[in-house]
Write a protein that binds this ligand. Structure first.
Ligand code: EPU
Length: 340
């Protein structure tokens, strides 16, 4: 199928913040071959490109000048099934939550802790999505991507993707230089539940289930997320707006002296992750609005569009929150979504 260039496209419904923006040019790609055609195209190939999946990690503050490439590559298939694992290959355009549901419907547990995360499979490796004790990196076997300079399809194994906390090669050295076309996920056998996260452990203690199966974990994660995080279809948002800051032991201990109730988690490398939501909450910003943008009333890490907000209004709020945290705790919060 030939590539079709759409012009002057409204992006409001294509970003989960629901902020207004228009793309001068947009191309939808449905196969890896189309991505390669796009790169080799005499006219379109040379244009700067902005890759859009589910639009749940992008905040438009202006109309993008780059050509928007909407990745809609479908398909889920089992590529290997042996005693150690089942490996599935998933098109970058598949919805992440739909994939998690599909795996459970096909008796393939292993992704249930990542249920209900908005966005597409192709976007998942970029920021190494993670929740409730599991990260995408724990399940990636390899990622296929088209190099935007050469048009070649390359396969990167998990190590080459350089996954970190909400970070990867695709966000660093390869930013703007490649388009992910499919992701291979490895679901290890035998299945072992991941139940260490406090919210999950509390949930199962409360309902009196000692050894939940994958479906029960899936349901629990969805329930916890729904109770805490606003639905982007109702209230525009991009999930966590800030990353949880990582500090060394000295800084953490200094803060602890002044704020003994601070929430922090020790990391394997000796550093500590601080709960950004707690820091924002402690600054009194939870539930506060600035114009049509607000800090969510239920979770201080989420910024929401109360209706009609522009991307710039959301960034103004984010900057105010960041300044409050910096002046009270001396910590600089980092944005999670891409600001375009
Ligand atoms: N907290 C507050 N006030 C709040 C909310 C939370 O003080 O309004 C404190 C609580 O003490 C809580 C702690 O902050 O124990 C941590 O909160 P939570 O368990 O909700 O996790 P989080 O660190 O805020 C991270 C991810 C989420 C993910 C959850 C669950 C980041 C940036 N965010 O949030 O991911 O769902 O853990 O694993 O790492 C996302 O990235 O979009 C996202 C939603």
């Amino acid at each position: 199928m030939d590539l079709r260039l759409e012009t002057d496209v409204d992006l409001t419904s294509l970003n989960s913040f629901g902020v207004p923006a228009r793309a001068r040019a947009l191309v939808r790609v449905r196969t890896p071959r189309q991505v390669r055609q796009l790169v080799d195209h005499p006219d379109l190939g040379v244009r700067p490109k902005l890759v859009l999946g589910g639009g749940s990690n992008t905040l438009f503050v202006k109309h993008p000048e780059s050509m928007v490439v909407k990745v809609e590559i479908p398909g889920i298939s089992v590529v290997r099934d042996d005693t150690a694992a089942t490996v599935i290959d998933v098109g970058a355009g598949v919805g992440w939550h739909a994939l998690v549901a599909w795996t459970l419907d096909h008796g393939l547990p292993g992704l249930e802790n990542l249920a209900c995360i908005p966005g597409t499979v192709g976007a998942a490796p970029v920021q190494n999505i993670g929740a409730y004790g599991l990260e995408l990196a724990d399940r990636v076997e390899s990622v296929d991507a088209v190099d935007l300079t050469t048009g070649r399809l390359v396969t990167l194994d998990a190590g080459a993707c350089r996954f970190g906390y909400r970070d990867s090669l695709f966000k660093q050295a390869l930013a703007g230089k490649s388009i992910i076309t499919s992701v291979r996920l490895r679901l290890p056998k035998p299945w072992t539940p991941v139940l260490g996260y406090a919210d999950l452990a509390r949930h199962f203690a409360r309902i009196g289930v000692a050894a939940p199966d994958a479906r029960q974990i899936f349901d629990a994660v969805c329930e916890i997320r729904r109770a805490k995080l606003p639905d982007p279809a109702v209230l525009g948002n991009a999930g966590s707006f800030f990353k949880n800051p990582v500090v060394n032991r000295t800084i953490r201990n200094e803060i602890l002296e002044d704020f003994p109730e601070i929430v922090s988690y020790p990391l394997e490398d000796g550093n500590f992750k601080l709960a950004a939501a707690w820091l924002i909450d402690a600054c009194g910003w939870k539930g506060r609005a600035l114009g049509r943008a607000a800090v969510d009333a239920h979770h201080a890490l989420v910024l929401v569009n109360r209706g009609g907000a522009s991307g710039a209004e959301i960034v103004t709020l984010a900057d105010a929150v960041r300044e409050a945290v910096r002046s009270k705790f001396g910590i600089s919060l980092e944005f999670e979504p891409f600001v375009v």
